[in-house]
Design a protein around this ligand. Structure first.
Ligand code: FES
Length: 112
């Protein structure tokens, strides 16, 4: 089957700017990041080793792995520098509703 299945990952009001939130969706660890007026969803595991990216810092639309310092672009998943060389999966996000109760919907079945 093709197509995207969006599931509710959080309410918009749960997400603070530049403070990643880890959620698990269909068994997939996901880091939700609200930054620069948008919400991004990326796989929470660094592509270099088994480290939770949501424990790292967010800056300039990038999330930094706290262990060895590779940063990943939240739009593309691409690492900006070593030691990570592989991108992390990026998932499509939809916002439904208005205000803090708006639903943040993420599809982990298809990488964007
Ligand atoms: S574990 Fe993330 S850069 Fe090494």
């Amino acid at each position: 089957m093709t197509g995207e299945t969006f599931v509710r990952a959080a309410s918009l009001g749960d997400l603070e700017d530049d403070t990643p939130k880890r959620v698990e969706l269909d068994g997939v660890p996901v880091a939700l990041v609200r930054t620069e007026g948008e919400v991004f969803a990326v796989n929470d595991i660094c592509s270099h080793a088994n480290v939770s990216l949501s424990e790292g810092e967010v800056e300039d639309c990038q999330i930094e792995c706290w262990l060895h310092g590779s940063s990943f672009d939240l739009r593309t998943g691409k690492p900006s520098g070593l030691p990570a060389t592989r991108p992390i999966p990026v998932y499509p996000v939809k916002i439904e509703g208005e205000g803090p109760d708006a639903a943040v919907l993420v599809s982990v079945t298809q990488e964007s």
